[in-house]
Unconditional design. Structure first.
Length: 134
């Protein structure tokens, strides 16, 4: 498959899993996909192994319950691959975790989502520091 074909395929996939509230520009998407394609060769067998590993992985809830660190779980409200219930389950499994469901976010992280994540993380860190040092 040519570089151009791989980029076109990535653009098609982004149309399915991309964030409707934070769409990537064509230039952003093309540049990102170009870097991905140039970084590592496309490996169909590797993709299949990754999918098999995802499907075969056992639940991690018991391990998550052992965590004793401040945790912020973010999840896209519009994620077509991992339902919101997955983020809810993760947050419920980590003692004291906070959950932030981001409207308009799906299964990607576009440049327009970066400020949303930075604010969420900054607010969370400030809250944790105030709780621990306040």
């Amino acid at each position: 498959m040519s570089r151009e074909d791989l980029i076109a395929r990535g653009i098609a996939i982004a149309g399915v899993i991309g964030s409707p509230g934070f769409p990537a520009t064509d230039a952003e998407l093309s540049a990102f996909l170009g870097r991905v394609v140039d970084y590592a060769p496309y490996d169909l067998a590797g993709n299949a192994r990754q999918m098999a590993a995802i499907l075969a992985a056992p639940p991690r809830n018991d391990r998550l319950k052992a965590l004793k660190i401040p945790t912020l779980v973010t999840h896209g409200a519009d994620d077509p691959l991992v339902p919101v219930s997955g983020g809810e389950d993760t947050a419920e499994s980590i003692p004291g975790a906070e959950l932030l469901i981001i409207p308009g976010m799906a299964h990607d992280c576009t440049e327009s989502l970066v400020p949303v994540h930075l604010k969420a993380i900054g607010d969370f860190v400030a809250k944790v520091e105030a709780r621990e040092h306040g």
